[in-house]
Ligand binder design. Structure first.
Ligand code: GLC
Length: 441
């Protein structure tokens, strides 16, 4: 298995910043959105979307009793899917806390379930050898000092707004900082933090950003408590990685012209929280292509699941994760520890590379020949990765005209491989190329 040293193409780590080696090696993680909204089962923004009051939303608190919560099963499912870290929502925008916070009553220990959920999660991940991540919402629709802004469920209730016009975000700031301190001192080593989110530019929402959260101090606290932890960029200040959400970047991500570590967070169906009647499901085939596409551009994929109110993973989620896991089982080495290649992949293909191994991922399967520009004379051996069956090169005179049964030559420097007519029975076939030592990207 590749070591946790960063891929050679990885952006340089800024002076004093934590080492992202484990993260850029892992490439694939699981996001878990779970909380009171899982009972409503119609999107984690349900309180906002339906403008529910605290009283109306209370019904989910009063019935929160995930009797089937089994974080060991979650961790094993993630691992079997080929994921190497898991990120759990400790608190989402609705303000409900999944741990026994000393700073609020709005927490799991006061629901019928009555027990902390975060500790067992951390333990289960550790036991499976997975890195541990925590998501924490900056927005809080329950806290009495969080201003009633454009994200708030009561944003259109003039009477409510007038009655709560004097809310002072500095009180909320203290709460936010105090809770982050709790999270980083109660559960041992945390590897990753996902704060969510700043919207300073959305003035029509009553924008909030680093000044509102006091992000400089927040990050200082984080660094002081757990210097190694990787923090995302959503406090409104630069973090250790950037977080494109629900789209695939069109190339390696940069900031001010410099490459940055990045991770795309993606849903299985457009919703993060359990969404019972949502049928907008991505296929395993698409999800694998998204993973590979990201790695070919130097990024990670954080793929979300939304467990049910009883704590089970949705059977539809585990099914698709099973398919991904079967592909990962055979193709792990084209993802883990890999990054972009300096070679340019042909149409419908993605290249990933680690040292002298170049992996060709075929998103479409052409007839009998695969032409790889610039690789002539640079490949020692080629095989299909799923079964290690040899793939042989064919020699065609460069640029010769096509005649009858003889295909035309390719531009000089092109390597042509002969591939079977039938594509291997796997969502994304991969050809592993062993490059000549000098051809490393
Ligand atoms: C968004 C949403 C949120 C989700 C998150 C995941 O910011 O507000 O519901 O948790 O993205 O990245």
């Amino acid at each position: 298995m590749p070591s946790a040293a960063a891929h050679p193409s990885a952006p340089p780590t800024p002076e004093g910043a934590p080492d992202p080696g484990w993260f850029t090696t892992a490439r694939f993680g699981m996001f878990v959105h779970w909380g009171l909204y899982s009972l409503a089962a119609r999107h984690e923004w349900v309180k906002n979307r339906e403008r529910l009051t605290d009283e109306q939303y209370q019904v989910y608190f009063d019935h929160f009793d995930p009797d089937r919560y089994d974080p060991v099963r979650w961790a094993r499912t993630a691992k079997a899917a080929g994921m190497r870290y898991v990120v759990l929502t400790t608190k989402h925008h609705d303000g409900f806390c999944l741990w026994d916070s000393a700073l609020t009553d709005y927490k799991v220990t006061n629901t019928p379930h009555g027990r902390d959920l975060v500790g067992p999660f951390v333990e289960a991940c550790r036991a499976e050898g997975l890195q541990v991540g925590l998501y924490h919402s900056l927005i809080d629709w329950h806290h009495p000092s969080f201003p009633v802004d454009g994200t708030h469920p009561q944003r259109d209730d003039e009477e409510f707004k007038a009655a709560h016009a004097d809310r002072d975000i500095r009180d909320y700031q203290r709460y936010l900082h105090g809770q982050v301190r709790e999270l980083l001192t109660s559960f041992g080593r945390i590897d990753y933090l996902f704060f969510d989110f700043s919207y300073a530019g959305r003035t029509w929402w009553g924008g909030k950003g680093p000044d509102d959260w006091d992000s400089p101090k927040l990050l200082e606290t984080v660094r002081a408590l757990q210097p190694h932890v990787l923090v995302n960029d959503r406090t409104g200040l630069p973090g250790d990685f950037v977080t494109p959400e629900q789209y695939q970047p069109s190339g390696p991500m940069t900031e001010n012209g410099r490459p940055v570590v990045w991770e795309a967070c993606q849903t299985l169906n457009g919703s993060w929280g359990y969404d019972r009647d949502n049928l907008d499901r991505k296929s395993a085939d698409l999800l694998i292509r998204m993973l590979v596409d990201g790695v070919s551009k130097g990024g990670n994929l954080l793929l979300n699941v939304g467990p049910t109110g009883r704590g089970d993973l949705d059977a539809r989620d585990t099914e698709v994760l099973g398919d991904i896991g079967r592909w990962m089982d055979l193709h792990e080495r084209s993802v883990r520890g890999c990054g972009p290649s300096a070679y340019t992949a042909p149409a419908e293909c993605r290249y990933t590379q680690r040292g002298d191994r170049l992996y060709v991922h075929l998103f479409a399967w052409p007839l009998r020949h695969l032409h790889l520009p610039g690789l002539a004379g640079r490949v020692r051996y080629a095989q299909l990765l799923n079964d290690a069956s040899e793939i042989v090169p064919v020699h065609i005179e460069p640029d010769r005209p096509a005649v009858n049964t003889e295909m035309g030559g390719q531009p000089a420097g092109t390597l042509t491989l002969q591939i079977p007519v039938r594509r291997p029975d796997t969502p994304v076939p991969v050809i592993e190329l062993f490059l000549d030592g000098t051809a490393d990207a």
